[in-house]
Design a binder for this molecule. Structure first.
Ligand code: SAM
Ligand code: FES
Length: 348
């Protein structure tokens, strides 16, 4: 009985591995509606009709890594590489502030040009101008010392998806230099330092099995991240995974609902990849229990060059258009964007 499993997941906030696999592989259309409603109610009991917004600034598309799935991987010689200057980034923040953003997400490839001195100076400068804003970093694997310096400079949160909690699967998605062990160490380092930490995975990445997804869920339960980001895998035509099938839209929505029941107070975004795979994806993500959206604040002239997968949405839209667009989308389903930092709050 899948429904009994869903009830138990809601009550115990977890399931056993075999039970997760059963839920993921044997659910019916009724079960799908049932768990989404539970997840939505859970999110509403904590966040009401509020949707937190994060302004995404894609500050560099240089990357020393070569992840097989990623459009800006080092080996992709076709990418027009760019780095935003400090002035560019501060300007994005100012525009974002006016639009109501109180969190900036600085995301980029692993670009050594943004060394510790440059990053800390950037973080300090943003905080000086906008002391009421949170800074989230998403810049990959760094040393404990670097993470600590950025935290002390004023960074509040860090996004680093674990990508898959199975080491063999991890090795099928990344070149040898990158390991699940190193990724997990970074996640625990970030937590230890005091960041609000986000992790997550792609749904339907090549070679992923239902068992792998169950392992992802159990890892997340154990790690207790403050943020959880998932989205469907989408192929990019200039990568080794160009011909792989994209992830499932429906399964992504199911997993968002499961994650909401697993960690009720986590900040869970309805991601750009979800909006790319389906025109109503971001609305449906919210209706599955997500509570965050991340409109793009990057300058329009570099947007197209941060193409992680084919047909990424919003590459031609100004920051204000993206914000307004999402505001309309959220209002159409009975939610509203709020101008708050939206920090993780422990359950009382
Ligand atoms: N370099 C940082 C890192 O690796 O964490 C941040 C940027 S990285 C491009 C951000 C995320 O994009 C990855 O964690 C990955 O899950 C996602 N991503 C990359 N390629 C993708 C694809 N083809 N489809 C869907 N998501 C993808
Ligand atoms: Fe960017 Fe809709 S969110 S155009």
């Amino acid at each position: 009985e899948i429904r009994a499993l869903i009830d138990r997941l809601e009550r115990d906030r977890t399931l056993h591995k075999e039970e997760f696999i059963e839920l993921l592989t044997r659910y019916t259309a009724e079960d799908f509606a049932y768990i989404r409603e539970k997840a939505r109610k859970t999110a509403q009991s904590i966040f009401g009709d509020k949707i937190y917004t994060r302004g995404l600034i894609e500050f560099s598309n240089y990357c020393r890594n070569d992840c097989y799935y990623c459009g800006i991987r080092r080996s992709n010689g076709e990418v027009d590489r760019y780095r935003l200057s400090k002035e560019d980034i501060l300007k994005c923040c100012d525009i974002g502030y006016e639009l109501g953003f109180r969190t900036y997400v600085l995301q980029g490839g692993e670009d050594g040009a943004f060394n510790d001195d440059i990053m800390t100076d950037l973080i300090v400068s943003i905080k000086e101008k906008h002391p009421d804003c949170a800074i989230t970093l998403s810049a990959g694997e760094l040393s404990y010392e670097s993470y600590k310096r950025y935290f002390e400079a004023g960074a509040d949160r860090y996004l680093l998806r674990h990508e898959t909690a199975n080491a063999d699967h991890y090795a099928k998605l990344h070149p040898e230099r990158l390991t699940l062990e190193a990724r997990k160490k970074c996640l625990y380092d970030l937590k230890d330092i005091g960041y609000q930490v986000g992790t997550g995975f792609m749904v339907g990445s090549p070679y992923q099995t239902p068992e792998n997804l169950a392992e992802d869920l159990l890892f997340i339960k154990e790690f207790q991240p403050e943020m959880i980001g998932i989205g469907p895998f989408l192929p990019h035509h200039q990568t080794p995974f160009a011909d792989q099938e994209k992830g499932s839209y429906e399964l992504t929505l199911l997993l968002i609902a499961i994650l909401r029941l697993l960690i009720p107070n986590a900040n869970i975004p309805s991601t750009t990849a979800l909006g790319t795979i389906n025109p109503r994806g971001r609305e449906e993500g919210i209706l599955s229990g997500a509570n965050v959206v991340m409109p793009n604040l990057s300058p329009v002239d570099v947007r197209k060059n941060y193409e992680l997968y084919d047909n990424k949405i919003c590459t031609g839209d100004e920051a204000a258009e993206c914000r307004m667009c999402l505001q309309g989308r959220m209002e159409s389903i009975g939610y509203r964007l709020v101008n708050e930092r939206g920090d993780f709050q422990p359950l009382i």
